[in-house]
Design a binder for this molecule. Structure first.
Ligand code: GLY
Length: 365
């Protein structure tokens, strides 16, 4: 039987390993959790439409497809792992907080309609009826009823259990892709090597560092443009339930989202700063995010801050992920998921598992 080595154990590496293992492929996963990994920090929004931007048609095609796969992916993962995944149908409210944002909201509704998304326009009164804790100053919103959020820790734990049950061996070490005679033949670790017939590189923004320079160069654009984009988030414990929907807004030019996990836990996110691999939690981020969040929902002033998290999103030069691209024989990339790691996990799992298995079959025949 062919053996596949997966390098990287974030949501993408785990989903790829599970996709392969549940199709009957032997998998070894190599991962060393390092500070700045983006999966343990993610807010867990499954909302392709809220992330849609002008000119991102190609990205929309994959994000919307993957979102549609989430309910089945979550149900199968819960069954395979025997653990909850925490997929919640929160929907998303895109809230306009002032007149400029109201104009932008109308443009966004047109963008969504052109993409085939049936977002509903809520006037102020309807919006406040739906979310009474929002500030009285809000102007209106677009309602995206088909959005979800997941609990990042539950998903990661469920994936770890599912791969263990499916027989995946996990090695805790920092590895590099081993190339021999122009093809990937395994993973080199500090004190041993893992032989493999195929390697899948899922190491987030560190992916280029797992390849020798000439190999990274030959891998081309997906590797050369990959960089970390810093994001800071705050986890809050609430004195009383605040919002039931995921809420997104731009408040005094600060983009902010509120993701309710249950009646008493909510994540406020996120900054997006292109400053390299900087892991420092900053006063500026806390001030800006909390000011925006409490302007939107004044009673959040009574919440307790339980964590200030920092993660580094793996962003490519065109914001598109590299999924299933195979620039070198024996090597598949699953990286560059930028803001969309959890959202794109089901699609990445299927596309990569199918293409790796097809490559192995071609190689075997
Ligand atoms: N997906 C939201 C973020 O990256 O902040």
């Amino acid at each position: 039987m062919s053996r596949v080595a997966v390098l990287g154990g974030g949501v993408i590496g785990l989903s790829v390993a599970w996709g392969l293992a549940r199709r009957g492929t032997e998998v070894v996963l190599v991962d060393l959790p390092l500070p700045g990994a983006s999966s343990p920090v993610a807010a867990g929004m499954i909302s392709a439409a809220a992330e849609l931007d002008y000119g991102e048609t190609e990205l929309w095609q994959v994000t919307s497809r993957s979102q549609a796969q989430w309910p089945e992916f979550a149900a199968e993962l819960a069954q395979a792992s025997g653990r909850p995944v925490g997929l919640r149908p929160t929907g998303t409210l895109l809230v306009a907080t002032d007149q400029d944002e109201q104009v932008r909201l109308d443009r966004r509704l047109k963008l969504l309609a052109d993409a085939g998304v049936g977002a509903q326009r809520l006037e102020r009164r309807e919006l406040l009826r739906k979310e009474p804790a929002l500030a009285r100053t809000v102007r209106g919103a677009a309602w995206l009823p088909d959005d979800f959020c997941v609990d990042r820790s539950l998903v990661l734990d469920a994936l770890r259990s599912a791969i263990a049950s499916a027989g995946v061996r996990t090695i805790r070490a920092q590895g590099r892709v081993r190339m021999q005679d122009g093809r990937a033949t395994g993973i080199t670790l500090p004190d041993l090597s893992v032989d493999a017939d195929h390697v899948v590189l899922c190491a987030g923004w560190r992916s280029p560092h797992a390849l020798d320079d000439p190999v990274a160069e030959r891998a081309g654009a997906p590797m050369s443009g990959l960089r970390p984009v810093k994001g800071e988030l705050l986890d809050l414990e609430l004195a009383a339930p605040a919002v039931t929907s995921t809420v997104r807004a731009v408040v005094d030019r600060v983009p902010v989202y509120l993701v309710p996990h249950d009646d008493t836990h909510l994540t406020v996110g996120a900054t997006s700063v292109d400053v390299g691999a900087d892991l420092a939690p900053t006063v500026r981020a806390a001030l800006e995010l909390l000011s925006a969040a409490t302007t939107l929902v004044p009673e959040l002033r009574d919440a307790r801050i339980t964590e200030h998290r920092v993660g580094l999103r793996p962003a490519s030069s065109d914001n598109l992920p590299a999924i299933g691209i195979s620039p070198m024989p024996g090597l598949t990339l699953a990286t560059g998921h930028y803001r969309h790691g959890f959202l794109l996990a089901p699609l990445t799992s299927d596309v990569v598992a199918d293409s790796v298995r097809a490559a192995l079959t071609e190689g075997d025949s």
